[in-house]
Ligand binder design. Structure first.
Ligand code: C2E
Ligand code: CA
Ligand code: CA
Length: 638
């Protein structure tokens, strides 16, 4: 009787079970699936050994008992092949769907086992060979092979959705099984299937299920890559968790010793270790994620951490409770009160990235609450960004033109180009809904460039002289003005379309810093040298200063709509508007009044000496074709 291989396999699996149970585990359901698979494999090998012993001593054992042992063994072979199939599908479904699928496959397994139990089994022993045969064994092969084929089919069909690691592990398992079965089939004395089973489990453990892979030993916590899986699972189970990210802010890292930073990180982790209700995950850089069972646990922990480690900064006192007088590195706290507010487990990471990228949501004490309002804002931003990207890709960015009336010449001498996005269903999205997000995300450069190209293409197609247009006004975002290569880029575009720069007027607004003002100035000078002119947009909207009008080489000053309209409602504004127009004229600038909506406003502005009028009184911004029609009908002086 040869049972060495089976005992060897058992030993391997006992060691695996020990290692698996000994390690700290995150609590993923895939861990449970593995444990179940391992236990089934152990049962299979134990019954294998038992059946060999029983056959060996079959003269001393009652026949029904012998049948029961041997049939139980071959029944577990079906069970093991069924678990292989269930193992591959864990990546394909959510936890709920997974268990639903199991319920669909399980009856076949049970049916297989019942059939095996009902069919007769025969024993064969001569010399050193011991094996079973007969209909029950045949049925076992049939069912086991069907499950193995289903496993291979699933991997082939949905391979891309199964993680490569899982595919590799299951293929190794199947190959080991197949090879050992083939050897055993050819040489009945070599009972290798049991060993194949154990080695297969080892392959699964080493590639996939070693809990060590999830543990960051250097810090004694979990790796962040399992955080998403863990949260996803909680999400699917409808379990709410609260997550707190703590990350040392990098600018402040300067001056703080690297080792000290590391010590601080370890202190936070060891604080969490004393607290049973928290799971700690370590991210890249100096970031930790603490997962709590609920909001109140997180609030409690947050207060404790603040008091214990950040005492100095928050209370401005030099007496941290742990007796450490050194300052704890300033950290950003991102608090997710309820992970069920998220769309899935992955969103925690994308929201956290968005918060890092845009610090406007962070309070002065470096805390950010990822509450419903913020999540909505971040989702909206993401959606608008993909709307812009898609519109750019699918050429759904359009330019509308709002005619500008020249009061002296009494005709529509120019127009402002205003961007729109046309949705697939034809609806128009106004710039107010996407320009701020395009600016924040940097997409404005591409968008602005596209608008400029469209304007150049329009000028190329329609002879501006014939239309009576002196120039077209195109908006430049502050972000674009800060780019050093802007002027060369725009000159290239004009060259590409063969447009004389005289037909282009670029509208600028105030930029924040001195350095960006200098970049803007050099861009302006380069473009002005080629013939482009500039307007100072939105003058009087609260962000503009008189010195900008004086310093910058603009030839036109545009009165913001609010300023134009307040002229008619506010006595003080009247003086300001009058004085501004006078000053602009003294500086040799033309003045445009934006937002003129009524005949009364028009007359008043003309009386004030405004050179150009732009507003709904004459026209709203129009699509290119309608603008051409407009010029056609209003071609002669009004
Ligand atoms: P803006 O540059 O001040 O453009 C004038 C805005 O005032 C336009 O809104 C126009 O439709 C609106 N407007 C003009 N006359 C009247 C009026 O009589 N009454 C009222 N209620 N509104 C009037 P629009 O097209 O929605 O553009 C909004 C803003 O979006 C623009 O303000 C500009 O800051 C930005 N924008 C538009 N196109 C572009 C672009 O291509 N690039 C950049 N960077 N920004 C753009
Ligand atoms: Ca403008
Ligand atoms: Ca404006």
């Amino acid at each position: 009787m040869h049972t060495q291989n089976q005992f060897c396999s058992m030993a391997i699996m006992i060691i695996l079970l020990y290692l698996f149970l000994r390690q700290k585990r995150v609590g993923l359901y895939t861990e449970k699936v593995f444990l179940r698979t391992l236990l089934v494999a152990m049962l299979c090998v134990s019954l294998d050994i038992l059946s060999l012993i029983a056959i060996h001593y079959r003269a001393d054992i009652p026949a029904p008992f012998l049948d029961l042992i041997c049939k139980s063994y071959i029944m577990t072979l079906i069970w093991v092949s069924y678990t292989a199939l269930t193992y591959v599908i864990t990546d394909l479904y959510t936890e709920k769907e997974y268990y639903k699928k199991l319920r669909q496959i399980r009856p076949w397994t049970i049916l297989g086992m019942i059939i095996v139990y009902c069919l007769p089994i025969y024993y064969h022993t001569d010399n050193n060979e011991i094996y079973t045969e007969g209909p029950a064994v045949l049925a076992t092969y049939l069912f086991a092979i069907s499950f193995i084929i289903a496993t291979i089919y699933t991997m082939a069909r949905y391979g891309s959705r199964i993680t490569p690691k899982r595919r590799f592990a299951v293929i190794t398992w199947m190959v080991l099984w197949f090879l050992t079965a083939a050897v055993q089939f050819l040489n009945n004395q070599l009972l290798l299937v049991g060993l194949g089973c154990g080695l297969g489990m080892m392959a699964l453990y080493c590639t996939l299920e070693n809990p060590e892979n999830n543990i960051n030993h250097a810090y004694g916590c979990f790796h962040q890559h399992v955080l998403v899986r863990y949260l996803q699972q909680c999400y699917e189970r409808g379990l709410s968790k609260s997550v707190m990210f703590i990350s040392f802010i990098s600018e402040r890292q300067q001056g703080i010793n690297e080792n000290y930073m590391d010590d601080c990180l370890r202190k936070l982790i060891s604080w969490a270790k004393d607290n049973d209700s928290v799971k700690v995950f370590r991210g890249v850089e100096r970031e930790l994620a603490f997962v709590f069972s609920d909001m109140s646990e997180m609030s409690k922990a947050f207060t404790q951490i603040q008091e214990q480690f950040y005492y100095d900064q928050f209370y401005n006192q030099k007496s941290a409770k742990d007796g450490n007088n050194e300052e704890f590195p300033v950290s950003l706290f991102i608090l997710f009160p309820d992970t069920l507010l998220l769309n899935d487990g992955n969103e925690v990471m994308s929201v956290r990235r968005a918060i890092y990228a845009d610090n406007s949501n962070i309070t002065s004490s470096f805390v950010c609450y990822a509450n419903e309002r913020l999540l909505e804002q971040i989702r909206n931003k993401k959606q608008v960004m993909s709307q812009i990207i898609q519109a750019l890709e699918e050429d759904r960015v359009e330019v509308f033109y709002q005619p500008t009336y020249a009061t002296k010449d009494k005709h529509f001498a120019s127009a402002e180009a205003l961007v729109r996005i046309r949705e697939k269903d034809g609806t128009i999205i106004p710039p107010g809904q996407f320009i701020p997000i395009a600016e924040e995300s940097g997409l404005i450069s591409k968008l602005g460039e596209r608008v400029f190209e469209k304007v150049c293409a329009f000028l190329k197609e329609n002879n501006p002289e014939k239309l009576g247009i002196k120039y077209l006004e195109v908006n430049l975002s502050v972000i674009q003005c800060e780019q050093r290569n802007l002027s060369e880029h725009y000159l290239d575009i004009m060259k590409k379309y063969g447009i004389d720069p005289w037909y282009i007027n670029l509208e600028i607004t105030e930029t924040g810093s001195v350095s960006s003002k200098n970049v803007l100035l050099s861009n302006m000078n380069r473009l002005i040298a080629e013939g482009v002119s500039f307007s100072l947009d939105d003058f009087g909207n609260g962000q503009s200063n008189l010195d900008y009008m004086i310093d910058m080489p603009v030839s036109i000053m545009k009165l913001d709509m609010n300023m134009t309209q307040s002229y008619f409602t506010d006595l003080k504004a009247r003086f300001v508007v009058r004085a501004t127009i006078q000053l602009a004229h003294e500086l040799d600038l033309f003045v445009v009044a934006e937002g003129v909506e009524t005949k009364e406003q028009l007359d008043e502005m003309i009386a004030l000496g405004v050179d150009y009028i732009q507003g709904f009184y004459f026209s709203k911004p129009l699509p290119a074709k309608e603008y051409l029609k407009f010029l056609h009908t209003h071609g002669s002086p009004v």
